[in-house]
Design a protein around this ligand. Structure first.
Ligand code: FA5
Length: 348
């Protein structure tokens, strides 16, 4: 299209086109528009000069100026529409209101330290071919005492101060004092070969001190098969102790002990990590912390549950889970396991 050459140079339209394309916002476009079609613009000047033209030239010049004015207006209109559409598209994201509720982050819980130790021990024993079994926490006299060679009045009964449940005949139902009754229940229910571990909660009428609590956990192990010897017992305990306490500071010690249901019997202790064996409050100045008892299953016990002691032999042990956790994690008060203080529990 011609703008009438002399009246308005063609380059003006090209320049306007480039300036319109370069305007990136509606505000920038408005400034450009003032430059090209406002009062001081070239078109406005040319319109002023129309009166100076020869009357014969005016119609053509007027037409050319009108066309150029319309063309420029069209350029601005179409660019304005483009920019408005682009702004509308980004406005959704820019003006988005974040209504997410903040300030109440949820902390994930985890297993109690004693449960973690229990699971770890279960894994170690399952790896050695054992099955995990459970027994009731409320026991009868037969399973908790009598089948374990502790007849009524046996002095060993008083070593485990018992919490009785008022049910049936007096002193016949109790909170189990150890996990050893699960040995009896397993042998009543299964034929040898038997390789089981029984973790669980146990109760004694004991005064709380650094290492003793009226409620605690034990893990019981029982192996009954042909040809089981004391060497198998020590080998098994050593294997699991190595996996559990991979710590040069910890020494283990077996000492002869007495349990009515094992013969011979032994006690497993580890050197006290709190004093390095010198003696302190936690180990009652002995330098050692007892983890549990063990021994070869007494032939009488096997016989009582119908297993022929001439054919089968077995070993058993029962360890305190809190004690294991105390030694492993340097915890010098058993009470902290039961306080339920999240600041303590969250550390493990
Ligand atoms: C027993 O309970 C035997 N039934 C262990 C056993 C099983 C021997 C199989 C032979 C064969 P004892 O009373 O010593 O033994 O307890 C075993 C372990 O349980 C202790 O060494 C200790 O680690 C833990 N334990 C005992 N009483 C408490 C208590 N009050 N608080 C915390 N842990 C305890």
């Amino acid at each position: 299209m011609s703008t009438g050459g002399a009246i308005l140079p063609d380059e003006v339209l090209d320049q306007a086109q480039r300036a319109v394309a370069a305007a990136g916002t509606i505000e920038a476009l408005a400034a450009t528009e003032r430059e090209y079609s406002g009062r001081g613009s070239l078109i406005a000047q040319r319109k002023q000069q129309m009166k100076d033209l020869d009357p014969s030239e005016r119609p053509a010049a007027g037409k050319a100026l009108g066309e150029a004015t319309a063309r420029i207006a069209e350029m601005f209109e179409s660019r304005r529409a483009e920019l408005a559409a682009a702004e509308a598209a980004t406005a959704g994201e820019r003006d988005r209101l974040d209504l997410t509720l903040g300030g109440h982050g949820r902390t994930r819980g985890h297993l109690h330290l004693v449960t973690q130790v229990q699971r770890e021990l279960e894994d170690i024993f399952v790896g050695m071919g054992y099955r995990v079994v459970q027994g009731p926490e409320v026991e009868d006299d037969w399973h908790n005492f009598e089948a374990l060679n502790m007849v009524p009045g046996h002095p060993a009964r008083s070593m485990q101060d018992t919490l009785y449940v008022e049910l049936g005949d007096p002193e016949q139902v109790m909170l189990r004092t150890h996990t050893s009754p699960v040995q009896i229940r397993t042998m009543e229910a299964m034929e040898p070969p038997i390789f089981v571990v029984a973790p669980g909660r146990t109760y004694r009428n004991e005064t709380l001190d650094a290492r003793h609590s009226p409620v605690f956990h034990q893990i019981e192990a029982l192996a009954v098969d042909q040809g089981i010897t004391l060497a198998d017992l020590f080998g098994t305990i050593e294997t699991f102790a190595k996996q559990l306490f991979d710590d040069d500071r910890i020494r283990t010690r077996f000492r002869p002990d007495f349990f009515p249901y094992t013969e011979p019997s032994a006690e497993l202790a580890v050197s006290c990590i709190f004093c390095g064996g010198d003696g302190c409050r936690v180990c009652s100045q002995s330098g050692w912390i007892e983890l549990g008892g063990c021994g070869m299953v007494d032939p009488n016990v096997l016989q009582g549950v119908g297993i022929d002691p001439e054919v089968y032999t077995g070993f058993a042990f029962g360890f305190g889970l809190e004690r294991i956790a105390m030694v492993r994690y340097d915890i010098d008060e058993i009470k902290t396991f039961f306080d339920g203080d999240v600041r303590f529990l969250a550390q493990y």
